[in-house]
Ligand binder design. Structure first.
Ligand code: GLA
Ligand code: ZN
Length: 674
């Protein structure tokens, strides 16, 4: 483990030895109501709140005019919280700016892709390159760190808020050119990798390159991808700028920033190494009528899994969730009784050491006045929501022994942001590429059979797993093919699918047969064509060889059918219709001590279950069909204790191996690991 990784791990371990319960608290909106602040403290204690996040959007209160500072209120509140046993996560306020700043330093305002600068307002919209903003942020962050870095209540820095978006200002464009120069060295190399002779798009110098935009270039996939990489790099650079300012005065306090689900604008895998703790904001539409609660739970488990897998050696934090409703869903449906507890414990089951909310108390006005909170406009502790929260607080307190334990999952799925961007941007196939949905389907099928999966990038640590699934791994990063081969050679079992290895990291197609970069040898096959189906069309998959069931069942295939030729691989399944009837649809190749499977078509979930079942058994994993609606996750302590979370995500009682679960109930069973 490198020095920096070790330090980061140590910082992460300084969090309190309990599950955190609390959330965003905005007392600065209530400074003229000391009676309310007084009540807040009493209610927090009653609800077993042990941490609050302060100062997420407090800049205009911290610095009402340039150079005039006002921290007394925060001093008082931090002291009082601490005296009442409540910790503080302190945010840097860079997520939104006071009006005076935008007025005096207009360069801070973000510029849109049509070249139009924003006017002042809303949030999350600064230019990441702006020297003026960076300097303002540095001064503010250092002030906070100097003043509160040693405060006993402070447990964690929360960098900005939900970093996101892009800026097309001249400064960002100039930095983009620098980024490209570093990446490609020469303009010739860039022209080659971007295939710019196409449509006469050759550049003579880096100065001719603009960010891709609707008013200019959108047809060069390499450019589009590099712009996304650059935006991630520039955002990370801004974020580390903030982290450095804080570390100068408070080097031991861990840092996090709150991620937004599977946000497409930033490669979270590239940002994660700079953070000590991964945290995220989760707002599923619980109880929406378009899917079952079980399905919403599966999707959320997937999202938790993405977060957990970014630092599998430590827990993550659920930084925001809502105890009742948000104000921005299609319809803001109340959480039905029992759902708050189930879904909060699900976060813990998946590896979170916290259940935190946005927010503690509803504001009186502005955009989020109807967003759910622990304390309503009614202002009492008598509400259904408050009671739910207080009950959960009690439960979390009793579960403090879970803190610090981690998931050790035997299976991983490659979920890669750059691959996702490339697939989304590719012009071809059909408009039902559904990369995210496909990945999530694999994760769901595993969960339905008692196996949780981690989600890792294309250049992740494969060797920690026994089974590796690589759906639609279209783009191969420079070391991906090598790592896949090493994984299988050493005994791992790999399952890849249609669309594997079409392009290099700059979206240039591999020549000489897909999957490229030497993977043809690993899978013992090559792909010649791919057929995209209309939504009303399908094909069939019939297993053969050892997978052939008794009943000669045909499984459904939709969307994509790749036409592959085996060069050594065993055929395990065939197409049942069309001119490619009887061509291989599933193959297995023995390679070194392991196996490389290839699923050439988008098969339905029952077929995926057959394949994953076989693969898991070969890897020595327990594979069992769980009762519908049962979700199982495990967490392990360093000294070998295992906590199995058995969750009933349905409204009916459920029985499993002598365990009876009431509707929406979670039971945690402790055991020694198998
Ligand atoms: C995000 C933000 C919060 C709040 C919530 C509302 O997660 O970080 O400040 O606006 O959304 O759902
Ligand atoms: Zn900019």
């Amino acid at each position: 483990m490198g020095d920096e990784t070790q330090k980061s791990r140590e910082r992460s371990r300084r969090l309190p030895k309990k599950l955190l319960h609390g959330g965003d608290y905005n007392p600065d909106q209530w400074l003229d109501r000391p009676d309310i602040l007084e009540k807040d403290l009493a209610y927090m204690k009653e609800a077993k709140v042990n941490v609050v996040t302060l100062g997420v959007f407090s800049w205009s209160v911290y610095e009402p005019e340039e150079g005039t500072y006002n921290f007394q209120w925060l001093d008082d509140i931090m002291d009082r919280l601490y005296d009442n046993g409540i910790y503080v996560i302190l945010a840097t306020p860079s997520g939104a700016r006071p009006a005076w700043m935008d007025e005096k330093y207009p360069e801070i305002l973000r510029v849109n892709e049509y070249g139009v600068p924003n006017t002042h307002g809303v949030r999350h919209n600064h230019c990441m390159s702006s020297p003026a903003y960076r300097e303002k942020v540095r001064v503010m962050d250092e002030m906070l760190a100097q003043r509160y870095g040693k405060h006993p209540a402070l447990i964690l820095w929360h960098i900005s808020n939900e970093l996101g978006g892009q800026c097309f200002c001249p400064l960002c464009a100039a930095r983009f050119r620098e980024f490209l120069k570093k990446r490609y060295g020469t303009i010739d190399q860039l022209n080659h990798q971007w295939w710019t002779t196409f449509w006469s798009h050759r550049f003579n110098s880096f100065d001719q390159i603009d960010p891709p935009s609707k008013r200019g270039e959108t047809s060069i996939h390499g450019l589009n991808l590099d712009w996304k990489r650059f935006t991630t790099w520039n955002m990370t650079d801004f974020m580390t700028w903030e982290i450095q300012a804080l570390r100068k005065w408070a080097p031991d306090i861990p840092v996090t920033t709150n991620f937004m689900r599977l946000y497409k604008g930033l490669d979270y895998h590239a940002m994660a190494p700079e953070l000590d703790i991964i945290s995220w904001d989760s707002y599923p539409a619980w109880g929406n009528p378009k899917e079952t609660l079980t399905d919403t739970c599966f999707r959320t488990a997937f999202e938790h899994g993405v977060m957990r897998s970014m630092k599998p050696d430590r827990p993550f934090l659920l930084m925001e969730s809502v105890p009742s409703i948000v104000n921005w869903h299609e319809a803001n449906r109340l959480k039905r009784p029992g759902v708050h507890e189930l879904t909060s414990l699900q976060a813990v089951a998946c590896g979170s050491d916290s259940v935190l909310y946005f927010q503690w108390r509803k504001g009186r006005g502005s955009y989020e006045q109807y967003h759910g909170a622990v304390i309503d406009h009614l202002g009492t502790n008598t509400t259904r929501v408050f009671k739910d929260v207080a009950h959960l607080g009690q439960t979390l307190e009793e579960l403090s022994y879970i803190q610090g334990s981690i998931g050790k999952n035997p299976a991983a799925i490659i979920f890669d942001w750059e691959n996702r961007w490339a697939i989304e941007d590719m012009a071809g196939l059909s408009n039902r590429k559904n990369y995210d949905e496909t990945i999530q389907s694999f994760h769901k099928v595993l969960l339905e059979h008692g196996i949780d999966g981690d989600m890792i990038p294309g250049d992740g640590d494969f060797e920690n797993y026994k089974v590796l699934i690589a759906p639609m791994l279209y783009l191969l990063k420079p070391n991906t093919a090598k790592k896949l081969k090493a994984f299988v050679k050493n005994g791992g079992i790999l399952l890849a699918t249609y669309l594997t290895g079409y392009v290099n990291e700059n979206t240039l197609c591999w020549l000489g047969g897909f999957p490229g970069d030497g993977l043809r040898e690993l899978f013992g096959l090559y792909s010649e064509e791919i057929d995209s189906l209309y939504p009303e069309e399908s094909n069939g998959l019939e297993f053969c060889g050892p997978l052939k069931g008794d009943e000669n069942k045909t499984y459904e295939i939709r969307d994509f059918c790749e036409l592959i030729h085996v060069e050594g691989a065993c055929v395990m399944g065939k197409y049942t219709r069309d001119f490619y009837q009887n061509m291989p649809a599933l193959t297995k190749n023995t390679y070194g001590k392991g196996q490389a499977w290839y699923l050439a078509a988008r098969a339905d979930e029952p077929a995926m279950a057959v394949i994953l079942g076989k693969i898991s058994q070969e890897a020595g994993l327990l594979w069992e069909t769980l009762p519908k609606g049962l979700e199982i996750h495990r967490r392990y302590t360093e000294d070998g204790r295992c906590f199995t979370f058995n969750m009933n995500t349905t409204n009916a009682p459920l029985h499993y191996r002598g365990l009876s679960l009431d509707p929406l109930e979670t039971k945690i069973i402790e055991s020694k690991p198998e």
